[in-house]
Design a protein. Structure first.
Length: 273
């Protein structure tokens, strides 16, 4: 009799197991999965942000190397930021000028950057979308306003040998913010730590002082408006930091203390600490 009861109990247990989870068991499993997801997703997001920041650093290393190779092939001249149409050549941005030294146009775009509302601007119709900017204070436009410069006679770009402190002079930077005039670096851009730049600045390509474009060579007649889409300040899109390439070729992840009116980091005749 005992054996018959045990056999029936075993069959009943087997049928229960074949029927799957109970409702309570399913709810417990779902709750556990939810808890695990809430723990893992932030870590995955941080890992992705870190990977993008590393990729941005590598991109800027390629860009600074390309700029140095260009200088080596052009009598030590730093490329102009914008070359007006001359001698049958179209107008070109600095990004287009150095394309021959780059593995891909894609390195000109930081993967963390947001797209510009309405579409990113292709400045010289070359496919060179950029959210990495060059330091205008050492690059300028092509000499003497050739090809119809709106700004009159300008200083030519520097030669690399003219840079007093290459290790402390900014060459390239994550760009895309409205700059705010002043000497307080903590208030020098409109959205210091957001990854979403102000509308119209997402594909800017020239880094300038917040107040005006240049204080070098007695040239300072180009005063910028806050909404000018070409010129911008740095954007701290990598965990409240910004990737910066320097004239000596190294790339550094920096905080918010270096960018302000009169900053030596942009001045090729001085250089940062």
């Amino acid at each position: 009799m005992m054996q018959i009861v045990s056999s029936k109990s075993a069959r009943a247990a087997a049928r229960k197991r074949a029927g799957g989870f109970t409702l309570i068991e399913l709810l417990v499993v779902i709750a556990i999965i939810g808890i695990l997801a809430s723990m893992l997703l932030p870590a995955l997001a941080q890992a992705k942000a870190k990977a993008n920041a590393i990729k941005c650093v590598n991109n800027q290393k390629q860009i600074t190397l390309a700029l140095k190779l260009y200088s080596a092939d052009n009598d030590d001249w730093i490329t102009t930021s914008w070359h007006f149409a001359t001698a049958g050549l179209p107008s070109r941005t600095w990004g287009t000028i150095i394309q021959a030294y780059l593995s891909s146009r894609a390195v000109m775009w930081c993967p963390t950057g947001q797209n510009r509302p309405g579409g990113n601007r292709d400045w010289d119709a070359s496919g060179s979308f950029m959210n990495i900017g060059i330091n205008w204070e050492i690059s300028h436009d092509n000499f003497n306003g050739l090809g119809g410069s709106n700004y009159g006679t300008q200083p030519r770009a520097y030669r690399e040998q003219m840079i007093v402190k290459p290790v402390g002079t900014v060459y390239t930077v994550d760009l895309g913010n409205v700059a705010i005039p002043g000497v307080n670096p903590l208030a020098s851009v409109q959205t210091p730590y957001g990854s979403q730049p102000v509308s119209g600045k997402a594909s800017a390509w020239l880094l300038v002082y917040p107040t005006q474009s240049s204080t070098f060579h007695q040239y300072s007649n180009l005063v910028l408006s806050a909404g000018d889409p070409d010129y911008a300040g740095p954007i701290y899109r990598h965990n409240r930091k910004v990737n910066v390439g320097f004239v000596d070729g190294h790339v550094e992840t920096m905080g918010e203390t270096w960018y302000y009116d009169g900053s030596p980091w942009l001045n090729g005749l001085v250089g940062g600490p």
